[in-house]
Write a protein of this length. Structure first.
Length: 137
């Protein structure tokens, strides 16, 4: 279970999104798109690094791939949703994956993912999904 202390510091001027993907190209595409929409970003190459960054950076939302070394995206979602800290367990989560079948999407919804974008990434679809999902950040 993720145990993350509450962030008692001053709010950031821009919302921060944690981008988690083991492929550098996809991290770059997602980060660049989010930055263009006005978000700050931090990036991790796997779910374990993402857990560490959640503790350090207190992101406002998560964008994650599914298949990654160490801790995969599904396990990361489970850990986030199981957190005792409501600020963590309530983070909006967008999954980006090449697994675009109905069964995978249904399973992700059950785990607590809020939205899904298929790979290869269509930047227009990513922008629309992010704008809709992260509107209150």
């Amino acid at each position: 279970m993720i145990q993350i202390p509450k962030n008692n510091s001053q709010p950031l001027p821009m919302a921060t999104v944690l981008v988690v993907d083991d492929t550098a190209v996809f991290r770059h595409i997602v980060t660049k798109t989010l930055n263009a929409l006005g978000f700050q970003t931090v990036a991790a190459a796997d779910g374990q690094a993402a857990i560490d960054l959640i503790r350090q950076c207190h992101p406002n939302a998560i964008v994650t791939d599914l298949e990654m070394p160490k801790v995969g995206g599904a396990e990361l979602i489970e850990l986030i949703r199981a957190s005792d800290d409501a600020e963590i367990s309530g983070l909006p989560i967008l999954v980006i994956s090449s697994h675009n079948d109905a069964l995978t999407r249904a399973g992700l919804r059950q785990l607590g993912a809020d939205a899904f974008v298929a790979k290869p990434i269509d930047v227009t679809v990513l922008r629309k999904t992010v704008s809709r999902l992260f509107v209150d950040l």
